[in-house]
Each structure stands twice: as C-alpha cells, then as structure tokens.
Design a protein around this ligand. Sequence first.
Ligand code: GCV
Length: 695
Amino acid sequence: MKVYSKKVGLIVLALVSFIAANAAAKDGYRLWLRYDRITEHELVAQYKGHTTQLIIEEKAPAITAAKDELMEGLNGMLGEKISVKERGLKGGAIIIGTPEGSSIIRRLVSRTDIRLMGDEGYIIRSIVHDNHPVTLIAANRPVGVLYGAFHFLRLIQTRKPIDRLSITEAPRVQRRLLNHWDNLNGSVERGYAGNSIWKWDELPEKVDKRYKDYARANASIGINGTALNNVNSQAEILTDKYIKKAAKIADVLRPYGIHVYFSVKFSAPVEIGGLTTSDPLDPGVQKWWQEKAGEIYKKIPDFGGFLVKAYSEGQPGPQKYGRTHADGANMLAKALAPYGGIVMWRSFVYDLSIDSDRTKCAYLEFVPLDGKFNDNVLVQTKNGPVDFQPREPFNPLFGAMPKTPLMMELQITQEYTGQARHLVYLAPQWKEVLDSDTYAKGKDTTVAKIVDGSTEGHTLSGIAGVSGIGSDRNWSGHHFSQANWYAYGRLAWNPYLTSADIADEWIRMTWSNDPGVVNTIAKIMAGAWEACVDYMTPLGLHHLMAEGHHYGPGPDHVNPIRDDWSSTYYHKADQNGIGFNRSSTGTKGTGQYAEPLKTMWDLPQTCPEKYLLWFHHLPWTFPMSSGRTLWEEIDFRYNRGVDEVIVMQQDWASLKGKIDQERFDHVAERLAMQLENAREWRDVCIKYFGGFVEK
Ligand code: GCV
C-alpha cells in the first residue's frame, strides 16, 4: 500500500511538473529564455561533459545573476543540477568572474584580453586548467560576466558546439536603451501589448516580480538602459514621490547592468518647482535642475540621465525664451555632469515655419548647432526624416553633424507597421538604414559607423528603441513582435550583425531547433517587412495611414489643422501624377545628402525605386525598370504585398503540429487579420489613386 502511494505520488508529481512546464511553454512569457529540455541524448551528453561544475569566487550582484541564469538554463536544458563551488576543480567546469574578484580568472586572462573586453565585454574560452577541461567566462566587470553567461547559454540554446570556444565580445555602442512611452497613469502611447509594466500605483511598497524578468530579458541581449516614461512627459516624474518609486525599479534592474533614465519635461521648474520661468539661461532655473539632479542621484546613484522631447508636438522647449536646443540641452547636461549623467536631446522637430517640407526641418535647425553641445549630450535622431514609416531613406542628420554624437532612435513598437497584429520582422528595415552609406566622409561612412562613434572617434555613442513591451502575458502582443525586441538589442550591441543571423538565433531560442521549423519561420520573417512596405506604402510612398490610430489606410485623409498631418501632403496625387518632389526642382530635400547620393537621388532615372516617390513627383505613365508604367507598378506592388501575406499564411500553416498549439493558433489568427488588413490597404489605395489615372 505504502509502495503504491509513493508510486502514485511520483506519477502525480511528474504530471504536475509536465503540465506546469507546458503551460509556461505556451504563452510566450519566457520569451527567448525558454531553456526547455534538450531531447537529443548525444548532444546532452556532449554538453554535460563541459558543464558539471560552476566555479565562482565572487559575490557581486551581476555575478550572482549570471550564476542563477546559468543554473536555470543548464539545469533546464540538460536536466541535471550543476554543482556550484568556489574551488576544487573537477572535469568539465565553467569558471566565471573578473580579474579583480577572482584569483583564478586573474591568472587566466591576458592584458590583451583586458584591453579588448573593455567595460562591458567578455571572453568565453575553452582551456585546459590544472589538467581539466574548463570553459572560462571572464570580464573586467561583473556585468560583462553576465553578458558572457547569456552568450554561453545561447550557444546551447541554438545547439552550437561548446568544446572549442574562443570568443571575445564587446559592444560597439555604449548606451543601448529602451525608450518606454509609458505614462504615469499606466497607459502606453503607441503601445499594443496592454498597459505599462511599471505599476506606479503599487510602487514603492510593492515591487512586481515581472521587473526581474524584464531585466533578465534585456540583459540577455545587452540592453543597458531604460527611459521609464513617455517622451511626451509629465513633470511629476521628477517629484520625490516618483523618484522613490523609480528607485525601486532601479534596484531590481541594477544587478542586470540596466540604468534608469527619465524623460523630462522642459517646463518642470514652472510646473512642479514653483518658478515663473524655465528659461535655460536663468540662474534660478539652472539651480533648480542642479538640485533636482542631486536629489535623483541620492536615491538612484547609477541614474543614467534625461531624455528630452522639446519644442515638438506640443512639448515645451527653450525656444519659448528665444533659446536654442543647444542652450536647453547644455543646461541639463551641466546639472547631470557631476554625477556622470547624460542628456539625450531629440531632434524629432518639424516646425513648418522653418521649411514647408517636413523632412528638411530638423536638419535646418540642428546642423547649425553642431559643435555647440556639451560633451555629455547625445542628439537622438529617428532613423528616417519623417516618423518611423514602413520605409524611409536614412535621416540626413546622420553624417551632417560630425562634432556631435548622434544617438539613433528606432521604433520597436509597430506604430506604423501593423501594430501587434501584423507579423513584421523589423531588423531588415533597421539594417537597411544602418548599412546605408552616407558618404559623409567619403565612401563607406555608413550610418552604423556614425552611430557607433567610430567615424569621428566619439567616446559617447548610443542607440534607442521605442519599446513595444506591455503588461500582456507575452510582453509584446504578437509573439513575433518579441523578435523585434530581441533584434533591437542584438543590433544595439553590434549593428554589423545580419538580420538573418539574428532571426536564426531568435527562432531557435523561441520556437524550435528543428531545421524544418527554423527554415520555414526564417523564410516568413525574411520577407515580412518588404511585404508590409508593398501592401502599405510601396515605391517610397509614406504617411498614408488614417488619422489617430495610425493603423489602417487613409490616402484621402486631410487634417484641418496641420497640412503635414494629412496624407495628401505626402503623396500629392493628382491627374498629372504622384509623389513628393524633394529634388532640386522641388523642395531641394535631396540637397541635404552628400554626393554622390545628392545627384543620384535627384534624378528619377537614377533614384532607387524604393525611394522614388519619396523624392519625386512623376506622371502615372513614368516608365519603370520592370517595363511597367508607374501606375501599373504601384498596382503590381500592392497586389504583390497581399500575395506575400498569403504565402506567409501558407508557410505558417505548414508548421501545424510542429510547434505548440497555443502559439500556433495565436499567430495563425493574427495572420488572418493581417491578410484582411493587407487587402484593405491595397483596395483602398488602388481605388483612391486609380481615381486620378486616365484609363
Ligand atoms: C511620443 C509620433 C507618434 C507620437 C510620438 C512622436 C514622438 O508622432 O505618433 O505618438 O509621441 O512620434 O516620437 O515623439
């Protein structure tokens, strides 16, 4: 009887853990850190041969985080508890640590290693130590060890060999941030995955467990900063009440190397400081910000700095007092400098009194300020000159402000690319921009080389991604929007990675290592962005969405207040043709790019077709390289976009039974919606534009 109940108990236990594991497996909460058991026995045996022991001599929080992650990952994937020790090396050990905190590491890393690893990098190396095979994960600082641990786990997650490792990694970009557009009331501007994950009403008393998983996910891809609140900011974030709340979040993120930043409102001294002005040259205002910085650093000693949207879309700025962006940024920078903080001042401004072509405004305002910003200021610049459209040429500011570090801003949340309903893998979009040659300092001055600071030798460099994270169980709304978060982090770390390699990693970690599954999902992801461009805004068209929600088509939309919030302002379709003439015969927007781009993009015959209607207004009969007329080509591309979604849907259907049903169904439902939406985009746009074409 006793034996029987023990057996039953064991079966029940096994069943419960099976159910628990599967429940967790299906909802997407674990992102790419799934650590499911590897079923190939031979592979498990190989991996186990190198992972029997973990040797750690130090207790820094980031090292403990690395230890916890290695244990969770290795135990999960290999199914056997790894033993943790300070010494007593046996075969197949992993030794982790820093030269400062670990005597073994001190003996095993060279001066060259120390130089190459820098502040946040690491080495992972297979060596023989005291006659034992050892994997070394070493870094100059504990956070580098954590990054190395994630890399090591990724090798196993993606089924790579771990027996002859010789890896040296260091990030190319220094500040790698998420920008949350999260409001203090819990809503998220342009958020499509539920509410904000920051539970301001519960903080500081209650600290949500989810913050730790957020930190793990971000650290696993090298993100080292987060601006907690919306750039359309509320001054209250700077009150003692909110600083205390933010300090609690900072405490959770700290062991993972993530610094907290605030988006601040330029009028805060008036709104919450009781001053009568926010003039950056006013000594009282300067003092107010200096004291505010002091207050923040007292509670958050590793606070990162301020992100500012000034004089844009209703946000206040120094212009109110006749001052420039540089005056405003430098005043804040001075307040933060004693603590090592930085200012990320956005260049997303488009005051049409400066130029009637919106794409030209930021350049005209900011280029004259080059060289006038303090050393701890980055000018944060969106990838393109309009606003995260499905496709834009690179922002002409890249390459035009050599004395100023430009921080690139990408949008992870899919405001203009189908939100959390469309499967659109954005890494190819980001790569197109990063790999674009600006020719600013001769050939091969790519946007990536400007952003990482290498072109001008800037010591400060940065990249920001507008977060798509929300309170939804799967974090991102669409399971595939998680890929954009992942890809953003990987590109922020190394903008020279390929979108295909990143997709391959993400698929293996998130879905499966089955080659059939990997190839099918990789194919879907590779074509998804171009499909979206085709069914929304082909051939350089842009800003065709309906007002407000930025989701569906609205080519006829006219905004009564601002011309440049109207679709008609951008496509300018009429009986004679379509497109925005930014060439030398139009607004001269092409003149903001360096040669040879300026000349090449100035002529419709040499302008790449992907940007054709961005730079040119052309007759409907304009001959395209395909042999079709422009109108026929527009029609062809809209239809091609829809056909591409049909193929994506078919490819996804072929995965039935090969991945878990819950996520399969979720994605399948969304693909059905995407197809319906793609058809709507095509039909509405073709009908509207077709109305101008002579039949
Ligand atoms: C945070 C676009 C978005 C706004 C956003 C703005 C910005 O205009 O639609 O929601 O505001 O960009 O980047 O500041």
